[in-house]
Design a protein. Sequence first.
Length: 151
Amino acid sequence: MEVLRDSIESYREEFSRKGIALKEKISRNANAISFADRERLNQLFANLLENSLRYTNPGGTLEIVTEIGGDFITIEFQDSKPGVSAQDIERLFERFYRVEGSRNRDSGGAGLGLTISKKIVDAHEGIISAHSSPLGGLLIRISMPVFEGHK
Ligand SMILES: Nc1ncnc2c1ncn2[C@@H]1O[C@H](COP(=O)(O)OP(=O)(O)OP(=O)(O)O)[C@@H](O)[C@H]1O
Ligand SMILES: [Mg+2]
């Protein structure tokens, strides 16, 4: 998962500047999805890192955890407050959907990041879903098939 590590490193300074703790637990044999399109994966991870950076309160946390089980690798991005209400969680992957709120208006995003992320995951025959995080914010879970020989 070189690409995941690289994406994280390129955001580390911005997280520390905003006072958000960035923690990761990436399994060592997580080279599993090396069949995937590197540039697209980088875009996927950047979208999720960018969201946590933009929407998580200063002083908060983003935790990234990977796990390999059977034929799938699971990658979780979970952050702390404020997160997204249950009602909004259902709509996050819709095109142009943005949760009402002052920080949103300030940040000027298009509401496309998660839509594009879902398309990238779909193209790799994976699954992406949104939940509320035990840390108090949003949890995005990605599950992608592992190729034989990369397990
Ligand atoms: N980690 C998060 N914590 C809280 N809210 C989030 C988080 N990630 C996404 N959201 C909410 O989901 C909405 C949709 O996210 P998405 O990445 O699709 O678009 P965006 O960030 O608004 O714009 P873009 O990514 O196109 O610049 C955001 O506007 C925000 O309201
Ligand atoms: Mg975004």
